[in-house]
Design a protein around this ligand. Structure first.
Ligand SMILES: Nc1ncnc2c1ncn2[C@@H]1O[C@H](COP(=O)(O)OP(=O)(O)OP(=O)(O)O)[C@@H](O)[C@H]1O
Length: 258
């Protein structure tokens, strides 16, 4: 691993099992690549945008990065003084917002005093009021993003993964998050930013990783990667309904393990 690398994926596969609910009896479970042979390296202090269509594997990748799930094979190496945190995905739905903070803090081995400071920060930033005392399953998607984002920044990790936090919720809150992310970027943190908004990724990130159909397509300067991704998106959009269906089926077939 190069001196400055903080994240390294080497030939990472993630295999999911698909159930066939209609033909449960005697039906063979199908195995499916969420990620296939993905390799890349991220240097310390990089601001990396992850691009890819729906179902391409972005969240699968960020969940492995954040330690929420494990790869099936391949090596994932992460170097950091403190754990990296993913938004939303790590929240426990049964627990309240406050309980989630306490649990995350305990898992990271933080002191009670530090956890209390984090709670104060989250109360101040998330603007969730009494909802912080309600189970997360009662939150809207935007509220979960607010909580996830607020916990992540309050924990002050070296590597932060922002997964779609800014595409939900109101504009004022999204602007506040963006401002906070700029502050984190300028303080030298490594940031991995997953968003469907190509414009937002172009504006914020320096580097890009494009993943499609579970396979890494490109890594490089953000505008080059975003340009290539946009060409792919436009070409797909221009297809007829039948052609789109065929492409989707072909992509699915490529991911099924026979
Ligand atoms: N736990 C799981 N079991 C089975 N399949 C899964 C599981 N999690 C994800 N998948 C599948 O793996 C593929 C990649 O999903 P993932 O959520 O990583 O995509 P994504 O790029 O984040 O998509 P989106 O942009 O829609 O959020 C999808 O086809 C999804 O259906």
């Amino acid at each position: 691993m190069g001196n400055q690398s903080v994240i390294k994926f080497e030939h990472v596969d993630k295999v999911f099992t698909l159930e066939n609910k209609e033909k449960k009896l005697f039906a063979k479970k199908r195995r499916f690549y969420g990620l296939k042979d993905v390799s890349f390296e991220i240097a310390k202090g990089s601001i990396v945008g992850i691009l890819g269509s729906n179902g391409s594997g972005k969240s699968t990748m960020s969940n492995i990065l954040a330690g929420i799930s494990m790869q099936t094979s391949g090596e994932v190496t992460i170097v950091g003084e403190q754990a990296l945190i993913a938004i939303k995905a790590g929240l426990n739905e049964q627990l309240t917002g406050i309980e989630n903070i306490k649990m995350k803090g305990a898992l990271l081995g933080l002191s009670k005093k530090t956890i209390n400071t984090i709670i104060e920060d989250v109360v101040g930033f998330a603007e969730l009021g009494d909802f912080l005392y309600q189970p997360v399953k009662k939150y809207s998607s935007g509220m979960k993003s607010r909580l996830g984002f607020s916990i992540s920044i309050a924990l002050d990790p070296d590597i932060i993964i922002v997964d779609e936090a800014l595409s939900v919720g109101d504009k004022a809150f999204a602007a506040k998050c963006m401002e906070k992310m700029e502050e984190l970027r300028d303080s030298g943190k490594t940031i991995i930013f997953i968003s469907h908004s190509i414009g937002q990724v172009r504006d914020f990130c320096e580097e890009g990783i494009w993943i499609e159909n579970g396979v890494l397509q490109m890594q490089g300067e953000i505008n080059e990667v975003a340009d290539a991704y946009e060409v792919y998106v436009d070409e797909f959009k221009a297809l007829s309904k039948e052609e789109k269906k065929q492409v989707k089926q072909k992509n699915m077939d490529e991911r099924i393990i026979k």
